[in-house]
Design a protein around this ligand. Structure first.
Ligand code: HEC
Ligand code: HEC
Length: 298
């Protein structure tokens, strides 16, 4: 309920779900979501499926939140997003609203044993809700489970088209074995980012070490990268093929031995195969599961 609670924004207009929309895999189709007063968020809204499997344990694109509990109350206090920044009463003002909403006393008692609304309890509840959003029913899951696939998950799968299997191998295998090395960072079966991943070289001279959400639920209506610069998976694959830029934060895996950015020189067919494989990570169970859906009748 707290995730769908609009009173957590200063003008009662925007809940977490106003930006993280279930129909869009808990992300947003806009490059930058609009906050409670119409201002633009400073980064692209992250999809949330499989956040519980985040290997680094740090959240946000730039990894500034040290845990999910620390992360989930930051949007409430963000001046653009939900508007309870320090000059508007901070988190305490938002919590006071929760405490006075008639329906929460019963719910806090059920969850925590008494009716007290505290920051810690709101953090636990929101974080645990986000952790509940898991993607385990994509076509890849079904095919891999049926085939008894085991790490490193590079064997062709019976349920897949030849093109999807070509893409699977390109994704899973390292460059020295004929692949593109994606799985070295976006690690199956959760497709979460490896804890030791550094940046992927979107911009020349990049110094920030970026995080990525799990690749689950890509191609379900959202955009890609921290600034949502890519609208399609084709553009993402073109970037990894020939667009990686040099910079201090660029990961070793995306460099050639001399240190410069790696160029893959994929054929059109290989690019299409990689995209076809990425589409097998679409999981409509996330967008349709009633357990994750809006509990309010409006
Ligand atoms: C105005 C739109 C907006 C609202 C409202 C919003 N978010 Fe977000 N969310 C974002 C954006 C944008 C990011 C990425 C921000 C960044 O990295 O700087 C993000 C990131 C996250 C992440 C990090 C995911 C990861 O893998 O690192 C979580 C979790 C999250 N939001 C949960 C929530 C919760 C819980 C709420 C409600 C309390 C909420 N969000 C409200 C836009 C929003
Ligand atoms: C060195 C580790 C690394 C490798 C190798 C790598 N990535 Fe990434 N990937 C990242 C990082 C870091 C981000 C987040 C970048 C950002 O937004 O600043 C990312 C973002 C993405 C995204 C966007 C995720 C989102 O939710 O917006 C997609 C899609 C993606 N990568 C696909 C691939 C594919 C396909 C390959 C193989 C060709 C690949 N990646 C190889 C580290 C890597």
């Amino acid at each position: 309920m707290l995730f769908f609670e609009r009173c957590l924004s200063r003008n009662d207009s925007l809940s977490c779900a106003g930006c993280h929309m279930q129909a869009l895999a808990f992300g947003d189709s806009a490059r930058f979501s609009r906050g409670f007063a119409g201002g633009l968020a400073g980064a692209h809204t992250m999809r949330l499926a499989n956040a519980r499997f985040n290997q680094s344990g740090h959240f946000f694109w730039d990894r500034r939140a040290p845990s999910l509990e620390a992360q989930v109350v930051q949007p409430i206090q963000n001046v653009v997003e939900m508007g309870f920044d320090a000059t508007h009463g901070g988190l305490a003002a938002a919590l006071a609203r929760v405490a006075t909403a008639p329906y929460y006393a019963r719910l806090f008692k059920l969850a925590f044993g008494d009716t007290v609304v505290s920051a810690e309890r709101v953090q636990s509840a929101l974080a645990q809700y986000v952790r509940s959003i898991v993607s385990v029913q994509s076509r890849w899951d079904v095919a891999a489970a049926a085939a008894g696939a085991v790490p490193p998950f590079n064997q062709p799968l019976p349920g897949f088209t030849p093109q999807e299997n070509q893409g699977l191998q390109l994704f899973m295998l390292p460059p020295n074995a004929g692949g593109t090395g994606c799985a070295g960072c976006h690690v199956p079966p959760t497709f979460s980012l490896a804890a030791d991943s550094r940046s992927n070289g979107l911009d020349a001279g990049e110094t920030t070490v970026f995080h990525s959400p799990s690749l689950r639920t890509i191609d379900m209506g959202t955009r890609y990268m921290h600034d949502g610069r890519f609208a399609t998976l084709e553009a993402v694959v073109d970037f990894y093929d020939s667009g990686v830029q040099a910079g201090p934060a660029l990961d070793q895996r995306l460099r050639v031995p001399s240190g410069g950015p790696r160029v893959l020189n994929l054929s059109a067919a290989q690019k299409a195969a990689l995209v076809a494989f990425l589409r097998t990570l679409v999981d409509t169970s996330v967008t349709t599961d009633a357990r994750f859906s809006d509990p309010f009748r409006r």
